[in-house]
Design a protein. Structure first.
Length: 230
């Protein structure tokens, strides 16, 4: 009896997780073709083909859904970055690598890029901040003295504002190879890195992108990409 109960609990938890992911991905699909501020709960319900009650079982509002989507993407991107970008790198190189990888992913998967360009910055809720790895490295770089002495908020605005603008420009001219290096180079200079060093770091070879997971938002993006190739 206990084993049967445990099995039912696990199945119910799995179904809930799958439905939540389905709603999040439906929201991402919508955000790739329309501005988020123009969307309504009814649009997500129609896209996901679920009832209004099902939506509200998981999210209290549309902003809550997109806040959760930002958190989920940050979690998944963080896991991918941790597996591909060595944490033994110095702060400047790690920041540059993170920015370049994020810009390239956003262009290779334009649905992701179009969503990122719509996220409000600065965000009032640090727990939902999709750029927290970048902010962390900027804070660390200022403390270490490798970046100019400035408020971390200014450094973050230099990096994240340039990143969002870079993604927007790259999406207009895909695949825009090498533009992420140019953006990163200018960000490093803006943060106080010497010009020659900034140029060198922004052109360093990046590690091969790890295989996408079979689950989560990136798993669904990869699945759609694979289907598109068939």
């Amino acid at each position: 009896m206990a084993k049967a109960l445990d099995h039912r609990v696990r199945v119910a938890a799995l179904r809930r997780e799958e439905m939540q992911l389905h709603l999040l991905f439906s929201g991402l699909l919508l955000a790739s073709s329309r501005p988020v501020h123009e969307l309504e709960v009814e649009d997500v319900i129609k896209q996901a083909e679920v009832s209004r009650g099902s939506f509200y079982n998981y999210f209290t509002s549309l902003p809550a859904l997109y806040d959760s989507l930002a958190k989920q993407l940050m979690l998944e991107f963080g896991e991918m970055a941790d597996s591909s970008i060595s944490q033994d790198l110095d702060t400047v190189t790690r920041l540059a690598s993170t920015m370049r990888v994020l810009m390239r992913l956003a262009v290779d998967f334009p649905m992701l890029g179009r969503f990122l360009t719509q996220i409000q910055w600065p965000n009032q809720n640090p727990d939902s901040e999709i750029f927290k790895n970048i902010i962390r490295d900027i804070q660390m770089g200022i403390k270490e003295g490798v970046f100019a002495d400035m408020p971390a908020s200014i450094g973050s605005n230099i990096a994240i504002g340039s990143l969002i603008g870079g993604i927007h420009s790259m999406l207009l001219k895909r695949p825009a190879k090498g533009f992420e290096d140019q953006v990163t180079n200018q960000v490093l200079i803006g943060l106080g890195v010497e010009t020659k060093l900034a140029s060198k770091i922004s052109k360093l070879p990046l590690p091969a992108r790890p295989a996408f997971p079979e689950t989560g938002i990136f798993g669904k993006l990869a699945e759609m990409g694979a289907l598109a190739k068939k």
